[in-house]
Write a protein that binds this ligand. Sequence first.
Ligand code: PMP
Length: 287
Amino acid sequence: VTRCAYVNGRYVPHADAAVHIEDRGYQFADGVYEVIALRRGRLLDEEAHMARLDRSLAELEIAPAMSHAALGLVMRELVRRNRLGDGNLYLQMTRGVAPRDHGFPAGVETSLVLTARRAKPQPQALVEQGVAVVTMPDIRWGRCDIKSIALLPNVLGKQAARAAGAYEAWLVDRDGHVTEGTSSNAWIVTAAGRLVTRKTGNDILAGVTRRSLIALLGEQGLALEERPFTVAEAKAAREALLTSTTSAVLAVTRIDGAKVGGGRPGKLFGALRRIYLDYADGAGASG
Ligand code: PMP
């Protein structure tokens, strides 16, 4: 099948899909996005992604391009046209096309682009050995709760991680606390076996994977502390983890080259990954 994208009302061959040069997404990164996992062709945590999308749009005063119901149909049609099973669906909404001027334009329509792609199976080595992270200063803006397409600090952080042979960069605020990864949320397990992750606020993205995992923890009666932790605390932790739509749950076994939890994925990680994947393959995915 020819890979297909959705651009402002049309399904088009992916190779030919384009937006106008004066789209404010291109000119100003004036837009928001979502990434939704596809599990056997079904959308994982669709409602939570739609709720976060609405919130991002509202915070930026961008009008939704269409209703949830219509968007649900378009997303499903795109999945169908691409014959996708396991994969990821990417959605961008921008403030639209207008002559370049920083202030909001009047009377423009929100641009909507949807793309989807197959996901390669997650390499077993990542799951079995865990991943390395490097830490670096969080140089992002004050509204990281908005899932904005302005991702330059995240891009630079991820590239620095790759250059260092690491999977992810953990971003550190001025007080020495980890905020989150460049495209994932950060967690540790204390010596007492308690899971810790930063609470949501303007300084991190409220991850949908984070949210679902917290709900599952509740069902399992597992304790959670929502508070900041320092790099030193993370290095000394019993376990460390990261969560995201595209990585699910992975163990972090090295931080800046230092082994965490003896350098092997821990027991709680194993349990949480299993619980999460059971959920993702079952109840979490819709139609
Ligand atoms: N933080 C940032 C900065 C991200 O880009 C992502 C990935 N979208 C996450 C956290 C994880 O969010 P989610 O679980 O919704 O993918």
